[in-house]
Design a binder for this molecule. Sequence first.
Ligand SMILES: N=c1c2ncn([C@@H]3O[C@H](COP(=O)(O)OP(=O)(O)OP(=O)(O)O)[C@@H](O)[C@H]3O)c2ncn1[C@@H]1O[C@H](COP(=O)(O)O)[C@@H](O)[C@H]1O
Length: 104
Amino acid sequence: MPDTDLSILNRVYEIILDRKQNYDERSYVCKLLNHRKGMNKILEKVGEESVETILAVRNENHEEIVSESSDLIFHLLVMLAANNVTLDEIAAELSARHESMKRD
Ligand SMILES: N=c1c2ncn([C@@H]3O[C@H](COP(=O)(O)OP(=O)(O)OP(=O)(O)O)[C@@H](O)[C@H]3O)c2ncn1[C@@H]1O[C@H](COP(=O)(O)O)[C@@H](O)[C@H]1O
């Protein structure tokens, strides 16, 4: 059964971590993680996908916004994993902010 809720973020993040450990020449993630430009290649992709997301919003194209945002989030997951930042850390940060900013 495919994940259709946000648990897919953890699932994809775990695959990315696995790709860090086990090189596979067919893998796009391995290609990114081992690119000759190093971290700059991953940052380039995050920047590129951010711009494409902005353009999708400007075009007011719902499908495009979903697709480009998914590209952006995926590349952000690669960037986080490449920098040893876990999704638990992000969750803890957002949760702490949520607690401290509660108004009622
Ligand atoms: N979610 C994704 C995902 N989203 C987008 N992409 C790839 O991201 C790439 C970049 O998209 P672009 O449109 O920018 O393509 P491009 O111009 O060829 O990119 P570059 O030449 O600049 O690298 C494409 O090749 C897409 O296939 C993804 N590749 C992988 N995943 C997930 O990562 C997992 C591991 O993937 P592999 O490592 O390839 O097995 C997969 O099972 C998926 O869950």
